[in-house]
Design a binder for this molecule. Structure first.
Ligand SMILES: C[S@@+](CC[C@H](N)C(=O)[O-])C[C@H]1O[C@@H](n2cnc3c(N)ncnc32)[C@H](O)[C@@H]1O
Length: 361
């Protein structure tokens, strides 16, 4: 492949580093826009014809592994639906591969920057090189090579790579800023300590700190590459946030420590038993009257459009998200209540919405 090889520090796009070459940036911008066109221009028709074809084939719309397999079988034999899924996945693979190739040209610089940030503030960083990583966390989620935990630059790859899921529209972390602003607080309004679990590169943690500057804010994630990069990224914004490598299902915090705990798009990426343990941990570390806000996808019971829901599940399979079907079928609201929370509010089911869970006084 011939391409411009001016690999230089090209600054930032908002809080996300720009790719080191202009040709790489224009390539990924093009792929992202092509994917936007595909999704936005073909979604309605694909959804409608998928629903019709499912009905004609007598395939039950079930949010189960068998249900998904039946639909995937039908898609394989249907040129329109198979092409849609194939092209969508190809765009994502092209995007991700180019980003990783591009950023790897500056690998040594990045490793140095992350090391230097470790002893710099504001904020703090804790991680354990000997962390006992569970197997479920080692999968290649989002078809990101080596997943969230297998490459020292996984946080950087994630920051740049997930822009495609936001259609290129999350530069400056605008999505996370809106989430932070819309996060429901405890009813008594007291928010001295905030915890984000599964924080990845710390976008929501930092935006919550901007919303409530006097609060002590912690971002935790099972992946050391994520928290190391989150710390670097927070320093760039002069944000005093604490990042620590921790499993959400085994939080190393004392009981009743936090006023607010948030999880954004974590639950559909962990197995069901881990979700159950994580809810118990969120409950434990919240003070009485504290609030847990769960932002994630609609579940099968909330999803009104069967084919659309199944399409989401297939996308999850194509997109390397093996635990998403477990999340959408588990009835998370029941688990929330059986953990002891009072479910104050369930947001309007959209692709992503909030469940506001209070720990009783
Ligand atoms: C989709 S990302 C979350 C994104 C982030 N919350 C945001 O707002 O953009 C999922 C994250 O959860 C982390 N993760 C997976 N299993 C975990 C666990 N058991 N405990 C804590 N973090 C976990 C992954 O390393 C990954 O960074």
């Amino acid at each position: 492949m011939t391409r411009s090889n001016y690999f230089i520090d090209r600054g930032m796009n908002g809080n996300t580093p720009a790719l080191p070459s202009r040709s790489d940036e224009s390539f990924v911008d093009y792929v992202c826009e092509a994917r936007n066109v595909l999704l936005h221009s073909r979604w309605k028709e694909t959804n409608e014809s998928g629903t019709r074809k499912l009905t004609e084939a007598g395939i039950q719309i079930e949010h189960t592994a068998q249900g998904v397999e039946a639909v995937r079988g039908m898609i394989r034999d249907d040129v329109e639906l198979a092409s849609f899924m194939r092209v969508k996945r190809s765009y994502q693979e092209m995007y991700k591969d180019r980003i990783i190739d591009s950023l790897n040209t500056q690998r040594d610089d990045w490793l140095r920057k992350l090391s230097e940030a470790e002893t710099t503030g504001p904020g703090s960083l804790e991680y354990d090189p000997d962390f006992p990583m569970p197997d479920y966390a080692k999968v290649q989620i989002h078809i990101q090579p080596k997943g969230y935990v297998g490459d020292e630059l996984a946080g950087l790859f994630y920051d740049c790579g997930t822009q495609i899921f936001f259609g290129g529209g999350n530069a400056g972390d605008v999505w996370h800023r809106q989430l932070a602003e819309r996060t429901t607080l405890p009813e008594d309004g007291k928010v001295d300590r905030i915890l984000e679990i599964g924080c990845s590169v710390g976008q929501l943690s930092c935006e919550l700190k901007k919303r409530i500057p006097d609060a002590e804010v912690w971002g935790t994630d099972i992946s050391a590459p994520m928290v190391r990069y989150a710390h670097w990224r927070a320093i760039e914004q002069d944000m005093d946030v604490h990042f620590s490598q921790m499993a959400a299902e085994a939080l190393e915090f004392s009981d009743n420590r936090f006023d607010l705990v948030v999880a954004h798009i974590l639950f559909h990426e962990i197995p069901r038993p881990v979700i159950e343990k994580t809810l118990r941990e969120a409950f434990r570390v919240l003070r009485p009257g504290g609030t847990f806000v769960l932002w994630d996808f609609a579940t099968a019971t909330e999803e009104k459009n069967g084919y659309g829901g199944l399409h989401g599940l297939m996308d999850s399979a194509d997109n390397g998200e093996p635990y998403a079907p477990g999340f959408v079928t588990m009835g998370v609201e029941d688990t929330i209540k059986s953990t002891g929370f009072v479910l104050r509010k369930v947001g309007e089911p959209a692709q992503m919405h909030d469940r506001v869970c209070d720990k009783p006084n």
